[in-house]
Design a protein around this ligand. Structure first.
Ligand code: NCD
Length: 322
């Protein structure tokens, strides 16, 4: 059975919980002297990256290796072929090499869906970030990190702050957090909130100071200047003053509240260095948890025969249960 992880919205609550529970088991491996499992021995995972990445690519590589899979890193940066052609040719090549899973990051929203559904290959496809669309494993590692600190997320308040318009992290988090019962507030200047946000099932606010005292989690987003072709705010100074997290603002949080950031951070812009390095910050933990969560995803997609995560259309009829 072919299975993919393309959108956080494809995950039922049971699917998501299965990933989080499996990740908890994978995470406990990190404390053992031998961190490797034989689960994916003889399977091949290809990291297909059409866009810059540090932590996501390394994280998937570490995850696959800890499960004993063979890993091929394919960095397609600089390819001059047209999008459809190059993706198709690449997919055919990977298929011919016997890839079992393709982890795809692409600057074009929808590229991993094309890879999964165009019929070019039989591999499982994992979306590792497509354009401004989705980044489901980031949302899963974020939910995992939140759960470790706060317990079940039902009724928890999560503020996602900054460049929501260009953020696949925000979109995947909004989808997954809703499934897990959390209340999400997206905080941004009006120019950085997407059109049609009413359909996301979240609250929105332009006023960070009003949202912070009620939040259990504050997730700061990077301002994605590489995706901006216009002026979305007057100046960096102005942006930081209204939407940056600094020590004064952090002091208005509840005692148990945590501060998150998917990285890469622009210290001094959306977050000050003292906040990023404070006790409340779980940013480094997010990176550690990312490996465990991606191990869980690869294991469930490739390993367990009854694993039921991934696109609804690929699920056996009556599926949805773990
Ligand atoms: C994010 C991404 O690439 O979508 N980073 C990540 O995966 N850790 C967010 C960003 O680039 O700002």
């Amino acid at each position: 059975m072919r299975r993919h992880l393309l959108s956080a919205g494809d995950l039922t609550r049971d699917d998501a919980q299965l990933v989080l529970d499996t990740a908890e088991e994978m995470r406990s491996l990190a404390d053992r002297p031998i961190k490797k499992l034989p689960a994916l021995r003889g399977r091949t995972v290809v990291n297909l990256f059409f866009e810059d990445s540090t932590r996501t690519r390394i994280s998937f590589e570490a995850a696959a290796k800890r499960l004993s899979a063979d890993v091929i890193n394919f960095s397609a940066k600089g390819s001059s072929l047209s999008k459809g052609e190059s993706l198709k040719d690449t997919a055919l090549t990977l298929e011919a090499m016997g890839a079992d899973a393709v982890v795809c990051r692409h600057w074009a929203s929808g590229a991993p869906h094309l890879l999964a559904h165009a019929g070019w290959s039989r591999s499982s496809v994992v979306n590792a970030g497509d354009g401004t669309h989705e980044h489901p494993t980031q949302a899963l590692l974020d939910a995992f990190t939140m759960t470790r600190h706060l317990g079940p997320l039902d009724g928890r308040r999560v503020a996602i702050v900054g460049d929501v318009l260009h953020s696949r992290v925000a979109r995947s988090n909004a989808l997954l957090l809703r499934t897990l019962g959390a209340e999400v507030t997206l905080v941004a200047p009006p120019t950085l909130l997407p059109l049609g946000i009413e359909g996301w099932g979240v609250e929105t606010s332009y006023d960070l100071d009003a949202v912070l005292p009620k939040a259990d989690v504050v997730m700061m987003l990077r301002v994605q200047r590489e995706r901006m072709n216009a002026a979305f705010f007057p100046s960096v100074r102005e942006y930081s003053r209204r939407y940056g997290l600094d020590a004064r603002r952090m002091a208005t949080l509840q005692d148990h509240a945590i501060v998150m950031h998917p990285g890469p951070m622009i210290r001094g812009m959306e977050i000050t260095a003292d906040v990023a390095d404070s006790d409340r910050s779980v940013i480094v933990e997010q990176v550690t948890n990312g490996v465990a969560v991606r191990m869980a995803v690869l294991y469930l997609l490739l390993g367990g025969s009854e694993a039921a995560i991934g696109g609804a259309e690929d699920r056996p009829s009556g599926g949805g249960e773990a």
